[in-house]
Design a protein around this ligand. Structure first.
Ligand code: CA
Length: 244
């Protein structure tokens, strides 16, 4: 998927582009509205509203005049009025700075899923009302829908997780951490990657925070074996061996 990132602030654009690339997205970067309007828009547009040459809202309106590409506005605090106008001008969603990589990816997935569904494609991963989501099979529906890993089901859309059909009560950060690890089971997520994506690309707090959340998540999942510590590197999610 190709992303057009319209952001004049290097200190924001740089880590964003790197983060998006880690998710396999192909990022095109421009720093002005003029360059953005020259295109190409790619498959999704991330639009900073505070641009040096023109109002982001105008950029949004002019893109919408020529394209139905999904647009997510990146707004600063205090731009509530702009968000409303932007949505009226055809933006699909907005994200208030500062946001985590995790939130941005979730928003990109949601917006592209919605616009695909609106275009007549089938929505991903049907969910049974009130219950554990219907899951096609092991490792299915990686594209934002619910998926099953052994006894664990993770549903990003409702931000819920189940172990053996019992809902697990998770804090937002615990859910984000679980969802990140569950995205590529068995693969190691480095501590820095987790801090970047679950917390913030500019997270400078104590990394002990991460260990506290991992410990809580292990406890809530009912078996510490779900999350392996890879010493000196990070963590990975594995389906524990059955104890029967
Ligand atoms: Ca800006």
């Amino acid at each position: 998927m190709r992303v057009l990132l319209i952001e004049d602030d290097e200190s924001i654009a740089e880590p964003l582009a790197e983060g998006l690339a880690r998710y396999g997205l192909d990022v095109g970067r421009v720093a002005t509205g003029g360059a953005a309007l020259a295109g190409p828009f790619g498959d999704i547009v991330l639009l900073d509203l505070g641009l040096p040459d023109m109002d982001g809202i105008d950029v949004c309106r002019r893109i919408r005049q020529v394209s139905q590409v999904p647009i997510i506005m990146l707004t600063a605090r205090g731009e509530e009025a702009d968000r409303v106008v932007g949505l009226e001008m055809g933006a699909d969603d907005y994200l208030a700075k500062p946001f985590s990589m995790r939130e941005l990816i979730a928003r990109i997935r949601a917006v592209t899923r919605r616009t695909r569904a609106a275009a007549g494609h089938l929505p991903d991963g049907a969910v049974a009302p009130g219950g554990v989501p219907g899951v096609a099979g092991e490792g299915a529906e990686r594209d934002g829908g619910p998926y099953r890993l052994g006894a664990l089901v993770v549903d990003r859309r409702t931000r819920q997780a189940w172990v053996r059909d019992a809902l697990v009560a998770l804090t937002p950060k615990e859910f984000d951490l679980l969802a990140l690890l569950a995205e590529d089971p068995g693969a190691v997520c480095s501590r820095q990657q987790i801090l970047d994506e679950v917390w913030d690309p500019h997270f400078h707090g104590p990394t002990k925070t991460l260990d506290v959340h991992v410990a809580a998540l292990r406890r809530k999942l009912g078996d510490p074996a779900w999350i392996h510590t890879v010493r000196g590197v990070g963590f990975r999610l594995v389906v524990p061996a059955s104890r029967n």
